[in-house]
Design a protein. Structure first.
Length: 79
């Protein structure tokens, strides 16, 4: 579902996001905030803000994008 969101959502196809590191990060956070279904608003808050799955995945996406951006050789690494 996240990949589909990244490939077809209008906000992911804008010049500022499509094919960019920001776009990759934005797709992860956008999916968890706008697409994923939660049991209720409390569960959504827990997931996004209070250390749940969405927050964990967003942090990992940030770290991966940051590592890619810092690597001058163009080779993807995990820093």
């Amino acid at each position: 579902m996240l990949f589909a969101y990244a490939m077809v959502n209008d906000t992911q196809q804008m010049d500022t996001t499509k094919g960019t590191l920001f776009g990759a990060y934005n797709a992860v956070t956008g999916y968890y905030q706008n697409v994923r279904k939660y049991k209720d608003e409390e569960a959504k808050l827990q997931s996004i803000v209070m250390g749940g799955t969405a927050q964990t995945r967003a942090q990992k996406a940030f770290e991966l994008c940051s590592g890619f951006a810092k690597n001058d050789s163009g080779i993807f690494t995990l820093n």
